[in-house]
Design a protein around this ligand. Structure first.
Ligand code: ADP
Ligand code: MG
Length: 342
């Protein structure tokens, strides 16, 4: 809808992990270099971690585009906890016949495949995204697969990508042997303020617009409220474009971004937990009072799960509705703008 008005060929802030939009700032450059290093140096295990929405899958997509025919790559893109038989998933990732047979037969099929690839001068790499969902047993099974060798060469390399919990898993004493085989690893950080400004410009440019559109103050507020997480930046920036288009604004300024953040926090449609003061339900007024003080709102979603209620402690999904009574914290978006970064 706003594309023609702002001169885009396509939407600049989609939340798909599209590598054609990849912006390589310092942290993403390092993470990508680590992936390449792992591949080139035949690392048994390469591990990349990062918070939800920081760009891990996008980097993987870029890597897949760049890998040459001397590599045979299998991807398990959404590892689940109730994974079932690992070997079946692995065979499927390489397009092999994985239908129910005994574990011995599955193993044999995979081993024959690795040997055949090796004989043809190809190396085999298995990439697992969302690897924080794997159980310790599955991780240990992966280590065993990575032990398959011919002469002195290991036949399978693994790349594990996941949320920070993966790092904790690899510190478990029973996974020590796996941890010792990790020769390339990196933690992807969110974008800095300067990177956020460049990131926004970069995406606008890829989408077809050369002229600046978001003011630096708008980017500074984007950075502040998202803490530099690209997926959150995209969601807010996309809506800011809709708001801008609605009032035919020639540039997206801080005021427009602020309006989006306020609305999203109030609707509870985006978990901007650091902008939200939780209130005890009884104490909250029934209606929003925008005239004075902070905004309040009743969200639709369920309250976050109680600690220890089945799920391991993890960063909540930023897209999940927030707790039932939330209050947008104006102070959290106030303060010196474009403050120098340390
Ligand atoms: N360095 C980057 N350059 C361009 N877009 C990025 C970058 N990092 C993240 N994104 C965008 O942010 C969104 C979330 O990225 P994604 O790769 O799915 O994150 P993760 O896998 O870490 O949860 C996607 O739209 C993605 O394109
Ligand atoms: Mg991902």
């Amino acid at each position: 809808m706003y594309e023609a008005f702002y001169g885009f060929r396509e939407k600049p802030f989609s939340i798909l992990p599209d590598p054609s939009f990849l912006y390589l700032g310092a942290t993403h450059t390092m993470a990508y270099a680590m992936l390449e290093y792992g591949v080139r140096n035949r690392a048994g295990f390469t591990v990349i971690t990062g918070e939800v929405g920081c760009g891990k899958t996008t980097l993987l997509r870029r890597l897949l585009e760049e890998l040459g025919p001397e590599l045979r790559v299998g991807l398990i893109s959404n590892a689940q906890q109730d994974f079932g038989e690992l070997l079946q998933w692995v065979l499927m990732a390489f397009g092999l016949d994985y239908r129910a047979r005994s574990k011995v037969e599955l193993f044999d099929t995979f081993q024959q495949f690795l040997i055949a690839e090796y004989a043809q001068g190809r190396r085999t790499i298995l990439i697992i995204d969302e690897a924080q969902n794997l159980t310790p047993q599955t991780l240990e099974e992966l280590r065993m697969l990575s032990n398959i060798n011919a002469d002195k060469d290991q036949l399978l390399q693994l790349i594990l990508v996941g949320q920070p919990r993966l790092r904790g898993l690899l510190r478990r004493p029973d996974l020590l042997q796996l941890a010792q085989r990790v020769s390339a690893d990196f933690h992807l950080k969110p974008l800095s303020l300067a990177e956020t400004i460049q990131y926004v410009r970069h995406r606008l440019k890829v989408a077809g617009r050369e002229e600046p559109l978001f003011t630096n103050e708008a980017c500074a507020l984007l950075h502040r409220v998202t803490r530099g997480v690209p997926r959150l930046i995209n969601i807010i920036a996309d809506t800011a474009l809709v708001y801008g288009y609605a009032e035919e604004a020639p540039v997206i300024d801080r005021r427009l971004v602020y309006a989006v953040v306020k609305d999203k926090a109030n609707q509870g449609s985006l978990q901007l937990s650091h902008l939200i003061k939780r209130k005890p339900k009884a104490a909250a007024p029934a209606t929003a009072d925008e005239g004075q003080g902070d905004w309040t709102a009743r969200g639709q979603g369920a309250a976050p799960a109680a600690p220890g209620a089945g799920q391991a402690a993890e960063r909540p999904d930023p897209l999940r509705p927030t707790a039932s009574v939330v209050e947008f914290d104006k102070d959290a978006v106030r303060g010196p703008l474009l403050k120098r970064e340390s």
